[in-house]
Design a protein. Structure first.
Length: 400
């Protein structure tokens, strides 16, 4: 992605059609618009590409956070089995929504989000991505206000029609209330790994938050102490007063250093950990979709068996309901075959994602937490806790 970003920020002319295909996206220039509860942040999204499906080599559009949500939801509905990159969450505290730090963190996270999509060999071909990167604001607003797309409400969907009967029949046939689950040892190992990984990452992120908070509080305390020491120095004699003044000045310098380190820890340590947690949660969402698809496949298969038995009985008795029963059976069979295809597609795509060369967990791992070989997590930024030695080495000392 760094190579893509460097190309997008350069002054080079667009590549010739004979060069390798590329799609580079930059999320820049966050601007606050509106007031009060209607206020929001808009972003300039710059796309550079030589893909023939796009309108030109460069396109600039304005997007807001809800547009990114729309894109993510559309991809999640259309590309079952693919690990859709995660979005940054909204600020839980209203007063931080428009702080410069929060806005910049969100901008970076949105940039990563859309570039992960643009670099995925399947997602980059999405019509929804092209719409997101090229449509005008009025079109995006109309799409957002639509009833969340064609996926959420489909009254005629066979899966919805048979939903209740599927559950009841499944309970009877399988002899249990809980939905049936896959019995695949390798897949069970994968699920166990993902769930355990989420727990451990969440715990690590919690302590990273505390580490950043401690640095900030310590920096603020040193700043307050420095001011107090300077005031104390102004009240004392020349020698002692100078010592206190020097101590205060040194404390303020260290305060600024700690505040800077706290910001570096936030951006290069805590935020990447949070992003990794969100990535694992996206993988869990895909696992959930696979479980739903498997359950629907099994329930429809069992329902179809019962319908087949019922049809055979009606044909033996030469009932006038045979035609209706045959029609229902054909509909169920088509729905069952579609459910099987849907489940098999999800399994195939998930296997491609976790195999070498696919997206895999590693590509969702923040670069800050990888070594040069893309392997195990490493930490490089935690500052040395011996900051207090700077006070002593700064020439300020007291005899007790």
């Amino acid at each position: 992605m760094e190579q893509q970003r460097s190309l997008s920020g350069s002054s080079q002319s667009p590549r010739s059609p004979s060069s390798q295909p590329y799609l580079s996206v930059s999320v820049t220039d966050p601007v606050k618009l509106g007031n009060g509860v209607q206020a929001y942040i808009s972003y300039r999204v710059i796309t550079k590409t030589n893909f023939p499906e796009y309108q030109g080599p460069e396109k600039i559009v304005i997007r807001r956070y809800s547009d990114f949500i729309w894109l993510r939801d559309r991809l999640f509905e259309k590309y079952k089995g693919i690990f859709i990159p995660p979005l940054p969450e909204k600020s839980a505290v209203e007063k931080f929504r428009f702080s410069a730090e929060f806005i910049e963190m969100r901008r970076q996270a949105l940039d990563i989000f859309v570039n992960r999509i643009a670099s995925h060999n399947l997602l980059q071909q999405s019509e929804d991505l092209r719409t997101f990167l090229q449509a005008d604001e009025e079109t995006m607003e109309r799409l957002r206000s639509h009833e969340t797309g064609i996926f959420k409400k489909k009254p005629a969907d066979l899966m919805q029609i048979f939903k209740d009967v599927q559950s009841k029949v499944s309970d009877v046939v399988l002899g249990k209330e809980k939905p049936v689950e896959e019995s695949n040892p390798e897949y069970e190992k994968l699920k166990h790994y993902v769930f355990e990984l989420e727990n451990h990452l969440a715990e690590a992120q919690k302590h990273a938050y505390r580490l950043v908070k401690r640095h900030r509080e310590l920096g603020q305390s040193l700043s307050d102490f420095g001011k107090a020491a300077k005031l104390l120095g102004a009240c004392e004699g020349q020698v002692l007063g100078k010592a206190f003044s020097d101590l205060g000045a040194k404390s303020e310098v260290l305060s600024a250093k700690l505040q800077k380190e706290a910001h570096q820890l936030l951006m290069s340590f805590e935020e990447p950990l949070k992003d990794y947690v969100r990535a694992v949660q996206s993988i869990k969402a895909t696992i959930g979709e696979r479980a739903n698809a498997f359950r629907q496949q099994c329930e429809l298969a069992e329902t179809m068996k019962l319908k087949e038995i019922n049809l055979d009985k009606l044909m033996l008795t030469r009932s006038d309901r045979v035609g209706e029963a045959e029609h229902e059976y054909k509909e169920l069979k088509a729905a069952s075959e579609e459910a099987t295809r849907r489940f098999e597609t999800i399994v195939r795509l998930m296997n491609e994602e976790i195999m070498p060369g696919g997206v895999s967990f590693l590509s969702l791992k923040p670069a800050h937490l990888r070594n040069n070989e893309g392997g195990d997590i490493i930490i490089e930024l935690i500052p040395h806790p011996g900051w207090w030695l700077d006070l002593r080495n700064g020439g300020v000392a007291f005899a007790m």
